[in-house]
Design a protein around this ligand. Structure first.
Ligand SMILES: Cc1cc2nc3c(=O)[nH]c(=O)nc-3n(C[C@H](O)[C@H](O)[C@H](O)COP(=O)(O)O)c2cc1C
Length: 237
């Protein structure tokens, strides 16, 4: 980080040791990290982040949770974003289930300063995801994903596959993060060789079906233009 001095460094699962965070900030980078509850957002602010990502339960990929490990009480984006906005003074970035301009506009209405979109970018040609992953997300509807710990040992949202169905989606016997993934690697490779997604991380959020099929630049412009159009529609003066 000190060598390349990126403008922003984004952490997940809380923050590393304070000494390291201070060094990243001293190199001139802004530090951001994900919160899945108000308590995590306040902790991140107290520990020096420049902005908080409010990551709702709809989001694809690993949950950013670090103070709580209870998946039954994780909060949806619509409820999380305004409560985090009320609780912290730093800017809030909304994440989870946002895949078109309506979602961006809604997040801004809830007080977010920006949005972080993941799943919609998986459909862009720039995303080099496995063929079985692309096939799974292209077919995924609103209720085809679940939060599981069987793939890596930490809870993450992905399209439901055979392993999640047979062992999970959540189980106490999953090996600790990230060792579950290495144990699965040979099975994953063998299954993918015959186009089966039984052991592949099919990370995706609940809004896969909303995602327009565009290149990443066009998608970014579309999200912004559509959001501005939605907001303009409700500006009566
Ligand atoms: C395939 C995939 C990989 C991800 N990897 C990371 C990661 O390495 N670090 C991180 O902070 N968030 C990661 N995320 C979470 C995203 O940054 C973002 O919070 C999330 O995708 C937002 O929800 P959405 O998928 O509904 O748009 C990942 C998400 C996906 C779908």
């Amino acid at each position: 980080m000190e060598e390349f001095r990126p403008e922003i460094v984004s952490f997940h699962f809380g923050l590393p040791d304070q000494v390291l965070v201070r060094r990243v900030k001293a190199a001139g980078s802004k530090v951001i990290s994900s919160a899945t509850t108000v308590a995590e957002a306040v902790w991140l602010e107290d520990n020096g982040v420049d902005a908080v990502i409010a990551m709702g339960y709809e989001a694809g990929g690993h949950r950013g949770n670090f103070l709580t490990h209870d998946m039954a009480t994780q909060v949806g984006t619509m409820a999380l974003v305004p409560q985090v906005v009320d609780a912290v003074d730093v800017p809030v970035i909304a994440a989870g289930g946002i895949a078109d301009g309506r979602g961006v506009a809604a997040a801004i209405m809830l007080g977010a300063s920006a949005v972080q979109v993941g799943t919609a970018y998986l459909f862009t040609p720039e995303a080099k995801i496995a063929e079985v992953h692309l096939t799974a997300i292209e077919a995924a509807g609103d209720d085809d994903t679940a939060v599981t710990n069987v793939m890596t040992g930490r809870p993450a949202r992905g399209v439901i596959n055979r392993l999640m169905k047979e062992l999970g989606p959540l189980t106490e016997i999953a090996p600790d993060f990230p060792t579950a993934a290495s144990a699965l690697a040979p099975l994953k490779a063998a299954a993918e060789a015959v186009c089966k997604d039984h052991f592949t991380n099919l990370w995706a959020g609940q809004s896969a079906r909303l995602s327009p099929r565009l290149g990443s630049e066009e998608l970014t412009r579309r999200l912004s233009d559509e959001a501005l159009a939605v907001i303009a529609k409700f500006s009566f003066r």
